[in-house]
Design a binder for this molecule. Structure first.
Ligand SMILES: [Zn+2]
Length: 315
């Protein structure tokens, strides 16, 4: 069975620190992501900005970098006039960038104290992210499992061949898409992945299936290194972790968003007032049983720094 960077870190430390947002962090730093390709657009024009965000998350204590390939797909790049070879090169660039930053970071002995060597998790966004209409939070694509496998396969191959340490299959809204990805993964038997859903409430993934059923369907697959939830309000997270714990021994990962929601009409974010800081709230997720913990949209290197400050010696 393929060895996963997840188990090699969790064998040594009580928790694994995932990084925080990439796209919204780039925006906060002044990048214009007003584009269907989202952070993949920055890969084309401002790769230095992506390097800096990855570096800042490693400095904050992240054990992994999730690459800027969430919205990078053959179809999406084709619409921008790139041919297949160029599109694949760009997806692979997202992985190469993260590997270079990781290697530079790790080359400095001062960065190694008390932590494991970080790994590169290549982001695999859902079909809904390619549609760029918010359907990664709804599902209901009307596609068969085979059609979804055909959609995902070329990007999985490109990211694996670029040297990613594992795949981060994230913001999945439906069980059928998770199964399609898990089945496509069997064609790459030396690769492991985490599978992470978006959730609509404290028991169900976005398309409506009970999260506990999704976890039960995936728990016996040897290439699935961890199962969890991302880009979901923190208020649902403790309950979702407990649901997963009922049916799996696999590590559970959570990297919720900041809890705010985007209002397209007003072009701003608003939402629940945050009682505790994100990084302090995350202790509750550890206590509920999550072992891979980080942040999704609107989280920052500061949030990850707070998580890293307690996660490696929690008991
Ligand atoms: Zn997100």
């Amino acid at each position: 069975m393929a060895n996963s960077p997840v188990s090699s870190i969790l064998d040594r430390y009580p928790a694994l620190v995932i990084d925080g947002a990439l796209a919204t962090e780039l925006e906060r730093r002044g990048c214009d992501l007003n584009d269907d390709l989202w952070s993949a657009r920055i890969l084309l024009g401002q790769p230095e900005a992506i390097r800096q965000v990855h570096l800042d998350y490693f400095k904050a204590g992240a054990d992994c970098a999730i690459t800027a390939s969430y919205q990078a797909t053959l179809e999406g790049f084709r619409k921008r006039g790139l041919n297949e070879r160029e599109a694949i090169a760009l997806m692979q660039k997202s992985v190469q960038l993260a590997i270079e930053v990781r290697d530079e970071f790790w080359a400095d002995p001062a960065n190694r104290a008390g932590r494991a060597k970080p790994f590169v998790a290549a982001s695999v966004g859902p079909y809904g992210a390619f549609l760029a209409d918010g359907s990664e939070y709804r599902g209901g694509y009307g596609l068969s499992e085979k059609e979804l496998m055909d959609f995902h396969r070329p990007r999985l191959r490109a990211l694996i061949e670029a040297g990613a340490d594992m795949l981060a299959c994230e913001t999945i809204p439906s069980l059928i898409e998770a199964q399609a990805i898990a089945n496509a993964l069997k064609e790459f038997p030396n690769t492991t992945a985490w599978l992470s859903f978006s959730a609509g409430d404290n028991k169900h993934i976005s398309e409506g299936q009970p999260f506990v059923d999704c976890v039960a369907q995936l728990t016996d697959r040897p290439q699935v290194a961890a199962i969890g939830i991302n880009c979901t309000s923190p208020k649902y997270i403790p309950s979702l972790i407990r649901e997963a714990k009922r049916v799996t021994e696999k590590p559970i990962l959570v990297y919720p968003n900041s809890g705010e929601t985007y209002n397209a009409a007003r072009n701003d974010w608003k939402g629940d007032p945050v009682v505790d800081s994100f990084g302090e709230q995350a202790k509750e997720w550890y206590d509920a049983g999550a072992r891979l913990i980080g942040g999704c949209c609107r989280t920052t290197p500061e949030d990850i720094r707070v998580i890293a400050s307690w996660a490696r010696d929690r008991n």
